[in-house]
Design a protein around this ligand. Structure first.
Ligand SMILES: [Zn+2]
Length: 106
């Protein structure tokens, strides 16, 4: 039987023709975020509106609730977080807006 050695030929290495690839892919976003939701990771089912320290992590400097894109919170927990923040605001545990915005206007 004839031996087939044709497919054993090593793939030819192509010499580079001055084509330069950028070493690292451009980092997207502001910084690397974990993809997992913080509440899912901690296995928190219901978000406590009295837990200000936790809620505060999810509101911006202006007092706005941070978007899912920025915090990585899942849809389910984002809904609960929103509710919790609004309750906390009603009880004056969290601000509706930043103080300087209140004082001097947007
Ligand atoms: Zn979650």
């Amino acid at each position: 039987m004839a031996e087939d050695k044709q497919f054993n030929a090593p793939a030819a290495d192509r010499p580079e023709r001055g084509e330069r690839r950028s070493a690292a892919p451009a980092p997207r976003g502001r910084f690397q975020r974990r993809r997992v939701c913080a509440f899912c990771a901690d296995k928190i089912e219901n978000i406590d509106y009295k837990d200000i320290n936790t809620l505060r992590r999810f509101i911006s400097e202006q007092g706005q609730i941070e978007s899912r894109r920025r915090t990585g919170t899942c849809a389910r927990h984002q809904r609960r977080l929103t509710l919790a923040v609004k309750r906390a605001r009603f009880l004056a545990l969290l601000p509706y807006t930043a103080e300087h915005v209140r004082r001097y206007g947007g």
